[in-house]
Design a protein around this ligand. Structure first.
Ligand code: PEP
Ligand code: CO
Length: 450
């Protein structure tokens, strides 16, 4: 038996990646201030997402989750936000076309501000300072002042998330996503890419189908003017997460109302740790990252802890093994979960197991390894008889140069040209669309039994 859960019961457990705030009273004041502010999302949106995730687990929908590794406060501008929404919408149309199923769009957005780090400190020459842990914790500049965790940044994170979400909602609800507005669906693929004509003819064919049906029925589909869009981030800063965790009228239980879909990262998935304790008690759907270090007992333990009622839609397992490890590491886990009869949505993150550092010290990922892990993920699920119902990507709507490869042939020597990520390398606009096309092709073939 576990002790009673409260939004603060995690404080009695050990929190991996805990932040040492120098002024506890300042932290308490800020958390109290966030707690008194209105929620960013609502419980009915959270419940809606949960039932859609249950659909994806059952093969009736597909989850597309993507965005920055780490959002930064400075990037909270209209172009950056619109570009992120646009790439997710474009990818979702490609996937809908391939799967003929609804696609659940979830951004790593409006709260993806805290990062786990492998080393708590960074040394430069003789100077040692706390590592940069995301804009919601401290600042990237290498000075004692910037690197000292500052509770005020939690409040700023909440405000930036609210500003971001406000703009996303306005765009998603009022025509930005309407397929009948071609300007929103234009792509700026470079001529080098072989994919641009494929994409254009796909959008054209979707548009033709819509106008055909509208003409036959004599109806204007006003629903096409809006799209559903959900937010997610790693539930890492429990001070932030629990500040907005509350009950709502006419529903049972507690909701984390700063995001629809929090996930537990690889470094904070300890069964007895604070993050698992916090997540077990909230009603939101929960993502759990599953890496090569996780064995069957650990994974089943997490499912028992987070989803003791085995409710559909409650847990999404996001495996991130790496192209070289997935064949040996994933099948035993798929089989164990399958045998246990656990209701989960399986999702592939082909990014985090494929990070490497170039000789010049730049963190990158190879497009080929990302695609290879995805292909293997589909194949391994097929063999075990489980359903791969989603993908989780780090990507951006801009043409950055952070990952190597893709049809435009980015090379290691291109990486320095436009490398902007503060933490992990992201697929750029063209690479992301290309991944969507490959996944769509794979899902189409699977639907036709080949
Ligand atoms: C992430 O998703 O950015 C991340 C840190 O992932 P993981 O916990 O899987 O390493
Ligand atoms: Co990352």
């Amino acid at each position: 038996m576990h002790a009673k859960w409260t939004p603060e019961s995690w404080k009695s457990k050990t929190a991996a990646q805990a932040v040492a705030y120098p002024d506890a009273e300042h932290l308490r004041r800020v958390v109290q201030e966030i707690a008194a502010l209105p929620p960013l999302v609502t419980s009915w949106e959270v419940e809606d997402l949960k039932s859609r995730l249950a659909d994806a687990a059952a093969g009736r929908a597909f989850l597309l989750q993507g965005g920055d590794c780490a959002e930064s406060f400075d990037d909270c501008g209209s172009n950056a936000i619109a570009d992120k929404l646009k790439i997710l919408l474009q990818m979702s149309v490609i996937l809908i076309h391939g799967t003929r199923k609804p696609v659940i769009r979830v951004g790593r957005i409006a709260g993806q501000y805290a990062k786990p780090r492998s080393a708590p400190v960074e040394r430069r020459g003789d100077v040692e300072l706390p590592s940069y842990r995301g804009d919601i914790v401290n600042r990237q500049a290498f000075t004692p002042e910037d690197r000292t965790p500052n509770p005020q940044l939690l409040l700023k994170g909440y405000e930036r998330a609210a500003i971001t979400l406000n703009f996303v909602r306005a765009l998603a609800e009022h025509g930005f996503a309407d397929l009948r507005h071609p300007e929103n669906w234009d792509i700026s693929f470079s001529d080098k890419s072989s994919r641009s004509s494929e994409y254009r003819s796909l959008v054209e064919s979707v548009r033709d189908s819509i106008s055909f049906v509208e003409a036959v029925l004599g109806n204007h589909f006003s629903q096409l003017e809006k799209v559903d869009f959900f937010t997610s981030h790693e539930a890492l800063s429990l001070d932030y997460e629990s500040a907005q965790t509350r009950t709502v009228p006419r529903r049972d239980g507690f909701y984390n109302l700063c995001t629809h879909f929090p996930w537990i990262g690889m470094r904070t998935a300890d069964l007895e740790g604070a993050h698992v304790e916090y997540c077990r008690g909230i009603e939101n759907p929960i993502g759990i990252k599953v890496g090569p270090g996780m064995d069957e007992a650990w994974l089943l333990g997490l499912l028992g802890r987070i989803n003791p009622d085995n409710a559909p839609g409650r847990v999404t397992l996001i495996h991130r093994m790496g192209a070289t490890k997935i064949e040996s590491m994933l099948p035993p886990l798929l089989e164990a979960v399958h045998r246990a009869g656990a209701n989960v949505l399986w999702c592939s993150d082909p990014m985090h197991g494929n990070t490497e550092t170039t000789k010049g010290g730049i963190k990158t990922r190879r497009f080929d390894n990302i695609v290879r892990e995805l292909e293997l993920a589909f194949e391994l699920h097929r063999r075990v008889g489980t359903t791969l119902g989603g993908v989780h990507l780090e990507m951006t709507g801009e043409n950055v140069t952070e990952c190597i490869g893709g049809s435009t042939g980015l090379e290691e020597t291109d990486l320095h040209r436009d490398y902007r990520s503060r933490v992990d390398p992201r697929l750029n606009y063209e690479q992301a669309l290309e991944v969507a096309m490959l996944v769509a092709g794979r899902l189409r073939r699977a639907a036709h039994g080949s």
